[in-house]
Unconditional design. Structure first.
Length: 348
């Protein structure tokens, strides 16, 4: 009789544990799902903690192993915790950050998702060393002296380097309208170009090539400093929705970093700019990484830190003056300009 009672108790306990496990799994899953659906984002971790505590205290103490479901980065995933003894499981961490991301300098090498604090730190300490300010000073000479009659400034990005014996020569991309003012050119008899690096050091520069039809210019300067970064040119234009970063000096704020996305491509009419300064007729990149006066000539880069465009214009609401969008010369046009002017050679 005693053996029979023990056997019946074991059977009832097994049935109880099985039915509880099934109902709780269903409740947990539905609770997690409902929470995820009720919020516009994703559910928080460890849904239904009180139910988990209740089932853990029944039968035996569960020993859990963890497995990430949908482990590929860029997709929504979650963690499933399964008891190694009885198979009971619960689910948590329903969010899109989970999975097998492989971050390098703040960007996942698989899906391009950013870990923003790490990304910004990398740009602000390393990538920013390619960022420069381009200053142009216009003079008139009289009686053996020169008098300053005007000054303008914009942004630029280092994209090339030639190592010499005592110093290195660096090549900078900027805009034609940064280095050429039709009004000032008509008056000036002497022009001075200056590159100021990310640390505030200034060097005399020369213009190697400029073209209003691309609104691009290349300058060079020499320095014996060795802490510059040379950014690589991308080879193809970015697609819509591509994450992008603008570097530059909007409103004179040095080494500014702004984030956005490529929105579209289209033509832009700069009605108040002389054709000899900017005469771009081809489709340009429209993006929403904030720029302002002084950003012209600055780099638009992707999350792989390659140059995908050169910023040259922005739009504002005529009533409020608020920023609307930014425009950049696409990298394929940048490469075309560089080849046309012998700055880089045709690749076979």
């Amino acid at each position: 009789m005693k053996k029979l009672l023990i056997t019946l108790m074991c059977i009832l306990l097994a049935i109880s544990m099985t039915s509880c496990s099934t109902s709780v799994i269903g409740s947990l899953y539905q609770a997690s799902k409902a929470k995820a659906n009720n919020s516009n984002n994703t559910a928080e971790s460890n849904q239904g903690g009180s139910i988990i505590d209740e089932i853990i205290n029944i039968g035996h103490e569960h020993t859990f192993k963890e497995e990430v479901i949908n482990p590929t980065c860029g997709t929504k995933g979650y963690t499933i915790h399964t008891c190694t003894e009885c198979g009971y499981y619960y689910i948590d961490n329903i969010k899109d950050e989970i999975g097998s991301h492989e971050y390098e300098n703040g960007v996942c090498k698989k899906c391009n998702q950013a870990d923003y604090p790490t990304l910004i730190n990398h740009i602000s300490t390393e990538i920013i060393k390619a960022n420069v300010t381009v200053i142009v000073r216009y003079y008139v000479r009289s009686f053996g002296m020169k008098s300053l009659i005007g000054e303008s400034s914009g942004s630029g990005i280092i994209f090339g380097k030639f190592e010499g014996t005592s110093s290195s020569t660096y090549y900078v991309l900027s805009n034609n309208h940064v280095v050429y003012s039709a009004e000032m050119m008509s008056r000036a008899t002497y022009i001075e170009y200056i590159i100021t690096d990310h640390s505030g050091n200034s060097y005399k520069a020369n213009v190697l090539a400029n073209d209003s039809n691309y609104d691009l210019a290349v300058l060079k300067f020499s320095s014996n400093e060795d802490n510059y970064v040379v950014l690589e040119l991308d080879t193809t234009n970015p697609e819509k929705e591509t994450n992008c970063i603008s570097l530059g000096q909007p409103e004179g704020q040095s080494n500014t970093i702004t984030l956005g996305k490529v929105l579209d491509y289209g033509t832009v009419n700069l009605s108040e700019t002389a054709a000899s300064e900017s005469n771009v007729k081809f489709d340009v990149i429209k993006h929403d990484a904030y720029i302002n006066n002084g950003s012209s000539g600055g780099a638009l880069i992707g999350y792989d830190f390659k140059i995908i465009g050169i910023n040259y214009a922005g739009s504002k609401d005529p009533k409020t003056g608020n920023y609307i969008s930014s425009y950049a010369i696409p990298i394929e046009k940048v490469i075309e300009f560089l080849k046309n002017n012998g700055i880089i050679e045709e690749q076979e």
